[in-house]
Structure formats: structure tokens, C-alpha cells
Design a protein around this ligand. Structure first.
Ligand code: DGL
Length: 272
């Protein structure tokens, strides 16, 4: 992190698609004077079934784009890249990077419970990063991890009301409930879109969306680092996707209204 970052520079937010908006919407509520750029990598979505090498390549493309925009920080509003690519690329850029899992692990570890469930993508679950990060702070917490490989597709296609998709979600939930977890972390930023289905079969307050912890962590850290924007007016917003802007607008509705979504081919971006 360089010393002379301008605090009035923009903040980047990235995910494979609409999932990142569950974080972004809470961030805007907390800090609406920041200028923000959101990038949804729909061309490569879903991330959860990709290899680490593929994910590192996607992250570098997105981060090079943010670098070309002169950002002061990037929010990895994606558990999958926080688990697999953050450890690889964290020293490659001069701006601050906030990965969701590592930023929230201590807060989750401090929850006064003994048995915790985690729903996440296959890539996140296979990485074991949730367990290792939480156990750094609380080695007594028993963690039950479960991959939900179909859920991102269901969210991006805006089809959680279809019976066949409800059956898929219920089947994954039933498997988890056999372990009797006290709380279940929605360890993929897409999963809060499914809370209405999940809460038909288990108490709503059993599910934890870590994005509220995450945005508070980011705000505190920006404050500590003297990086909060000094403006008093509302911050600007830019939304970009690498494919399907119309599908993005449609699926995003539940969390954030995104009118002006621009299609961007990252391969054409040159780093400055
Ligand atoms: N929303 C992302 C996450 O938190 C990525 C999901 C995906 O594309 O598979 O993991």
C-alpha cells in the first residue's frame, strides 16, 4: 500500500455477478459519499466451479481495470476469490484490498456458538479457508461446511421460485440441518437472494449474511487509514459487466436498482 493514495479516489467492488450487490447495497447505506465502481464478471460466472488458475486470471483482469481507474481500494465482494485468489494477488497492487472471508473471520469466530454451518461454492469449501480463518481466532468452534453448486445459477437466472430449484435448495439445507448447526453462514454473496426460500424451511435468524459485518469492517478501516472521502455530497456510481447487462439488471432488483449498466470487454483494457 503506497502512502500517497488520494482519499477522494474511487472504491472498486467486484464479484462474478449480482452477488456482490448484497455487499454493495449495505455499503452504500453506510457510506453514500464514496465514489464507487462495481464490476460483475458475468462472462466467467459462476466462479465457484473454476480452477484456482482460472480465478487468479479473472481477478488480475478485474484488478488491472480498477488500477486503470486509479482506485484507492478494492472490495472483494466474493467469497470464492477471497479464498483462492486474494492470497496470490494481495501484494501485486498498490491499493487496499478487502477480502470478505478474512475481513469477517474474527467477528464470526466471536459469535457465542459452538456449532456453525457454512454454505458456499465448491471452490470456497474445497479451499478450507473459512475453517482456517475462523480457527485462527476460535479453535473450539465446530464447523460444518457444505458446497451448494447450483445456487449461483438459480440466483443469476432469477428463478428461485421454480419448484425444481426450491427442491435443490431444500435438499442442500436438509443435509446441513442433520448436523444441528446453531447458525449458518451464507458464505457466498449470491445466497442472501435465497433467504425467502431458506426461511420457509428453517428459522430466518439462523442464517447469517456476513456482509453487514464486512461493510462495517471496511468503514472502520478506511477511517483508521484516513481514506474516507472528504466530500459532503452523494458519491457517484458506475456499474460494469463483462456480459449480459440486461440479465444483471433483472436479477439485481431484489438488492439494488442498477439502471445504467455498461458492457465492458476487459481484454481491451490497458493498465496505466
Ligand atoms: N458470489 C461469489 C461468492 O461469494 C461467487 C459465486 C460464483 O460465481 O460461483 O463466492
Amino acid at each position: 500500500m503506497t502512502e500517497n493514495v488520494d482519499k477522494n479516489n474511487k472504491i472498486g467492488f467486484c464479484d462474478s455477478g449480482v452477488g456482490g450487490l448484497t455487499v454493495y447495497s449495505k455499503f452504500r447505506k453506510l457510506l453514500d459519499t464514496e465514489d464507487c465502481i462495481f464490476f460483475g464478471d458475468l462472462k466467467n460466472s459462476p466462479y465457484g466451479d473454476k480452477t484456482k488458475e482460472q480465478l487468479v486470471g479473472y481477478s488480475r483482469n478485474v484488478f488491472d481495470f480498477f488500477k486503470s481507474k486509479g482506485v484507492k481500494a478494492v472490495v472483494m465482494a466474493c467469497n470464492t476469490t477471497s479464498a483462492s485468489t486474494y492470497p496470490v494477488i494481495k501484494h501485486e497492487y498498490d491499493f487496499k484490498i478487502y477480502p470478505i472471508i478474512q475481513s469477517c473471520a474474527k467477528i464470526i469466530a466471536d459469535l457465542s456458538i459452538k456449532k456453525l454451518g457454512i454454505f458456499a461454492t465448491s471452490s470456497t469449501i474445497n479451499s478450507g479457508v473459512y475453517e482456517s480463518e475462523i480457527h485462527k481466532y476460535n479453535s473450539n468452534m465446530e464447523i460444518f461446511s457444505q458446497a451448494c453448486p447450483e445456487w449461483v445459477r438459480i440466483v443469476e437466472s432469477n428463478s428461485s421460485a421454480k419448484q425444481e430449484n426450491i427442491d435443490i435448495i431444500k435438499k442442500d439445507l436438509d443435509k446441513m440441518m442433520k448436523h444441528n448447526p446453531e447458525k449458518i453462514i451464507l458464505g457466498c454473496t449470491h445466497y442472501p437472494y435465497l433467504i425467502d426460500v431458506l426461511s420457509q424451511y428453517a428459522p430466518k435468524d439462523m442464517f447469517i449474511d456476513p456482509s453487514q459485518f464486512f461493510v462495517e469492517f471496511i468503514k472502520n478501516d478506511l477511517e483508521k487509514s484516513d481514506l474516507l472521502n472528504s466530500k459532503n455530497s452523494k458519491g457517484t456510481e458506475e456499474f460494469y459487466v463483462s456480459a449480459n447487462p440486461d440479465a444483471f439488471k433483472k436479477a439485481s432488483k431484489m438488492f439494488y436498482k442498477t439502471d445504467n449498466v455498461q458492457l465492458l470487454n476487459l481484454e481491451k483494457i490497458k493498465t496505466v
